[in-house]
Design a protein around this ligand. Structure first.
Ligand code: 13P
Length: 254
């Protein structure tokens, strides 16, 4: 981690936790993060539990994000959720382009090109996820894939707002598999993503936060977070339990 960028530890619950389970979790997490400083802690919560989690974490260090958002403010898009629906709940931000959205629900780079600026305009912090499949990595296509994803998604973001976007590099082969990227693979890919941001603006590239995601656990968090270009972690499975998520937060503090 670099001392000039505030680190972010984000938990992505995915499709886990009812409102009752979310409230139990928050009650377990809050005392564990009460004295966290110099670090942003984010929870990406299912839509149905957002209101409850925003309310029960008000005044704490936790920022509450959605896991997706439609680019239009309203319209005939059955089943979708818009930025004004999230800001009304005092939600702070949203994940965009998570690989599970891309893989299973047809999320495209073209849609992300509209979603990222729409989130910023609405006052929601976008956390843009990028990452290659195992086939792409084996074929030597990692950089080409990342270039396409980053350039398309950031193309319509005003240069002076680039630093408000957090990027999460999540190699798909490392998600939920226990097969974490090697330190070299993670550092190399994230430095490459930072260089892509420099293609838009050199100063923004030095300030933008880029996280690693994919099988981050309390046992491997510290060594990943020690890498120079990695500004935090996006955690799936290990964020579902307040004790293990707090252990990852502790790794970022030490
Ligand atoms: P895991 O930490 O379960 O591998 O999930 C990573 C992820 O997809 C977070 O968004």
């Amino acid at each position: 981690m670099s001392s000039s960028r505030t680190p972010v530890i984000a938990g992505n619950w995915k499709m886990h936790k009812t409102i009752a389970q979310a409230e139990e979790y928050v009650a377990g997490l809050l005392p564990r993060v009460a004295d966290v400083e110099g670090l942003e802690v984010v929870l990406c919560v299912p839509y149905t539990a957002l209101q409850a989690v925003v309310d029960s974490t008000r005044g704490s260090q936790l920022a509450i994000y959605a896991q997706n958002m439609h680019e239009a403010p309203s319209g005939a898009y059955t089943g979708e959720i818009s930025a004004p629906m999230l800001t009304e709940l005092d939600v702070h931000g949203t994940l965009l382009g998570h690989s599970e959205r891309r893989q299973y629900f047809g999320e495209t780079d073209r849609a992300l090109q509209l979603k990222v600026p729409a989130a910023l305009e609405a006052g929601l912090a976008p956390m843009l996820c990028v990452g290659e499949t195992e086939e792409q990595r084996l074929a030597g296509d990692t950089e080409r894939t990342l270039r396409h994803q980053v350039q398309e998604a950031l193309e319509k973001v005003a240069v002076d707002r680039l630093t408000e976007v957090t990027i999460a590099y999540e190699p798909i082969w490392a998600i939920g598999t226990g097969q974490v990227a090697t330190l070299e693979q993670a550092q190399e890919a994230i430095a490459f993503v930072r260089a892509l941001v420099a293609g838009f603006d050199k100063d923004a590239a030095q300030q933008v936060r880029i996280l690693y995601g994919g099988s981050v656990k309390p046992e491997n968090a510290a060594e990943l977070l020690a890498l120079p270009d990695i500004d935090g972690a996006l955690v799936g499975g290990a964020s579902l339990d307040p004790a293990s998520f707090a252990a990852i937060i502790d790794a970022a503090r030490s």
